[in-house]
Write a protein that binds this ligand. Structure first.
Ligand code: C2O
Ligand code: CU
Length: 457
């Protein structure tokens, strides 16, 4: 851990045996309780390191795995025992607006000592997650996140269903969270807070025991503030869903996950252990090892994976919303409108830590990018006119991605990674009323200006 910044490290020592990577509340009665509070947690094993001070839901990193069935209503009492306001956002869920958890937009932040009941139906199955949506660049980085899994009767039968939440932490040399770098203007105007320590389910290179020759569903979730992970599963592996949404079954061992994105794989194990590697950041780094053990439990039959019914993207667009993204280091943004006033970006960076703009404007939650009538088909025409990647996330909807040549990618997503200079349209039917945030999920970029609101009435 000598070079502190920009290089991801992982534990190369003998893998730890992860106690139990899954916590589930599935057997208890709803409403469930998620309590945000501070605790300590060991991120780097070994005598030379210390416990880190983390912020958690229910004292664990990640928070408990919430597992429900499609069609059920989730009911969660959120208790805030932090000393600052917070909230919970249910990432990727096409939620009721008042339950979306965006502090300052869909609800006031839940104050210290306060509580809030989230209650909403889950109409889409798949891999989702929950996280704080107040001061996310600090709260999510400190550990306020957890998985939300919605099961479907038609899910392929598997022997193991593993949720792997991947994060990179920016740690000081003693293994504690690097506090001094929070809010660094440099990070906010560059690639965000990039960590130097890789964890899966809060552990350094954990080992998870699975049965030899078993069929495993692996649900990968990128919980990092800003890091784009490349993940490699050296086994017989099939990609079946992205951002919870089924995609044509594809035999592949690799996936790129931007912050907040998810990917679901079916892996058919042999008799050997499999180590999943992070391969996108000058590694490879071992992320997690699946240890193949003997088991008496009968295994499921490995049925041919069914192709999903393709949902065809709309051909007619009712409303086009241009969204020109500018700013950041080495960018072409000289000035931007902030609080109704056109000001040099240099000054905005130094006095307000704002570095990015949509359509020349640095938005507050109350400035609306567009007003849409319910039922209209919308195309947000995004141009990433910056030198950085951005993981654009739309709340409350799933969108198709239309590339510059007019073709659509397979499936729908809730978060799409824009490369430098890329243009693409996010196309969706505005069928969910309310105030919906669209923002970069590189959380420092969001804090430094990359956000807007779409109003659907
Ligand atoms: Cu994952 Cu605005 O959220
Ligand atoms: Cu960004």
């Amino acid at each position: 851990m000598t070079s502190r910044r920009n290089f991801l490290k992982a534990c190369l020592a003998t893998p730890l045996l992860a106690a139990t990577p899954r916590l589930t509340l599935a057997n208890t009665q709803m409403p469930w309780t998620l309590t945000a509070s501070k605790t300590t947690h060991r991120l780097v094993p070994g005598d030379d390191y210390q416990d880190a001070s983390v912020w958690t839901f229910n004292q664990t990193v990640p928070g408990p795995e919430l597992r429900v069935k499609k069609g059920e209503t989730l009911s969660v009492d959120f208790l805030n025992q932090l000393d600052e306001g917070s909230s919970i956002h249910w990432h990727g869920i096409r939620n009721i607006n008042a339950m979306d958890g965006v502090a300052g937009l869909t609800q006031p932040e839940v104050m210290p000592g306060g509580q809030f009941r989230y209650q909403f139906p889950l109409n889409d199955s798949g891999t989702y997650w929950y996280h704080s949506h107040a001061k996310t660049w600090s709260q999510v980085a400190r550990g306020l996140y957890g998985p939300l899994i919605v099961e479907d009767e038609s899910d392929p039968a598997v022997d193991h269903d593993l949720v792997l939440m991947i994060d990179d932490w920016l740690l000081a040399n003693d293994g504690t969270i690097d506090e001094a770098s929070f809010g660094s203007l440099h990070d906010w105007a560059h690639g965000g807070r990039l960590g130097n320590w890789l964890t899966v389910n809060g552990e350094s290179h954990p080992t998870i025991e699975v049965a030899k020759n078993s069929r495993i569903r692996i649900r990968l979730i990128n919980a990092a503030n800003a890091r784009i992970f490349g993940l490699n599963i050296p086994a017989t592996a099939f990609l079946i869903a992205e951002d919870g949404y089924p995609v044509p079954v594809k035999s592949t061992q690799d996936v790129v996950l931007a912050p907040a994105q998810r990917a679901d794989f079916i892996v058919d194990l042999g008799t050997d252990d499999v180590t999943i590697f992070e391969t996108g950041n000058n590694g490879p780094y071992p992320a997690v090892t699946l240890k193949a053990v003997d088991s008496d439990k009968p295994l499921v039959s490995k049925e041919v994976l069914r192709q999903p019914q393709p949902e065809t993207p709309p051909t007619m667009i009712d409303v086009s919303i241009p969204l020109h993204m500018q700013g950041g280091a080495m960018g072409n943004l000289r000035e931007a409108t902030f609080d109704g006033e056109l000001r040099p970006i240099r000054e905005l960076a130094q006095t307000h830590k704002k570095a990015w703009a949509f359509n020349g404007k640095i938005s507050h939650h109350h400035d609306h990018l567009a007003k849409i009538n319910i039922g209209q088909t919308v195309s947000i025409e995004i141009w990433n006119d910056t030198r950085w990647n951005h993981a654009m996330h739309l709340h409350g909807h799933h969108f198709w991605i239309q590339k510059e040549d007019g073709t659509f990618l397979d499936g729908k997503r809730d978060t799409y990674l824009f490369g430098r200079g890329e243009k693409a349209n996010l196309v969706f039917v505005a069928d969910n009323p309310g105030l919906w945030l669209i923002h970069c999920h590189m959380l420092e970029h969001h804090a430094a200006g990359m956000a807007a609101v779409i109003e659907i009435t």
